[in-house]
Design a protein around this ligand. Structure first.
Ligand SMILES: [Zn+2]
Length: 282
């Protein structure tokens, strides 16, 4: 995907430098106290503010950032802006208004509207605060554990899948499915969860289709990267790695084959009406 130098989203909440940020803020607070004391003692505010700004510059010199991860953060920010363009357009065509979700980038752990988030839970969408949570180290995990080719577009697919859950939330699908799950047994409830996940994959494909038409940014190999990722994080693939065998009843995301199939259908048709993943699973 061509992304370098392109528009980034204003909806990224970067909490990766939280510790570093706090140190810098702490220095700032001490600076303010020093300024107040100096002013009380008759100092010149202008000169002191300049000195403080110089001081802050040195405090914020990055020492803990990982250039490779920063590159991914920029990439995902551009991909989020692309999702905003596409979904605004699709919602307008449906006579609805698209509300943009926020994307929280974090390291190791953070708080979400759906409880504590950790790297172990993987990327997810919280319908309560309408935010997507991603620890970018997930991409290393994808490469190391599941052997997915770590092309950038694999990350775009993961993001588009989470945006897909946001779309389901806005369209009222999530709440309908939640209510339905309460009325059926565990096996049926699991089928509904799978259908919801596969529809998010379908929406990721719809995004890729429109992205190609609106922004013309897709490059050779991108769709293959996305399908590789979908294939690597299908529940059967994950369970085979974890337990050495496949247990279909415990699936919540769908098999690798189903995930690739629904993403591909979304990508080929680009048509929201083709995404009824619920009918076919019952
Ligand atoms: Zn999902």
């Amino acid at each position: 995907m061509q992304w370098f130098g392109r528009k980034e989203s204003g909806n990224v909440e970067d909490r990766r430098g939280f510790t570093g940020g706090r140190i810098a803020a702490g220095g700032g607070i001490i600076g303010v106290i020093v300024l107040v004391i100096n002013l009380l003692m008759g100092g010149d505010a202008g000169t002191m503010l300049n000195q403080m700004q110089d001081q802050n510059k040195t405090e914020q010199t990055p020492g803990i950032t990982d250039p490779e991860e920063d590159k991914m953060a920029k990439f995902i920010s551009v991909a989020l802006a692309d999702n905003e363009d596409v979904w605004k357009d699709i919602f307008r065509q449906m006579g609805k208004e698209y509300e943009e979700p926020k994307l929280v980038l974090f390291r190791q752990a953070t708080e979400s509207g759906c409880g504590d988030a950790s790297s172990a839970s993987g990327p997810f969408y919280c319908p309560d605060d309408r935010k997507i949570y991603i620890d970018l180290s997930f991409m290393d995990e994808l490469r190391n554990r599941f052997g997915a080719k770590g092309g950038e577009f694999a990350l775009a697919y993961v993001l588009a899948h989470e945006v897909g859950h946001h779309v389901q939330n806005l369209l009222g699908v999530s709440s309908k499915v939640k209510a339905m799950k309460e009325r059926v047994n565990k096996v049926e409830a699991n089928k509904l969860s799978v259908a919801l996940e596969l529809q998010a994959d379908f929406y990721a494909g719809v995004w890729a289709n429109h992205e190609e038409q609106i922004n013309h940014t897709l490059e050779a190999g991108d769709i293959e990267d996305a399908m590789n990722a979908a294939n690597a994080i299908g529940d059967d693939a994950i369970q085979k790695k974890a337990e050495g065998r496949v247990v279909p009843d415990a699936f919540t995301h769908g098999t690798s084959q189903q995930r690739v199939a629904w993403f591909t259908k979304g990508y080929k048709t680009g048509n929201m009406n083709e995404g009824n993943t619920f009918d076919q699973l019952q």
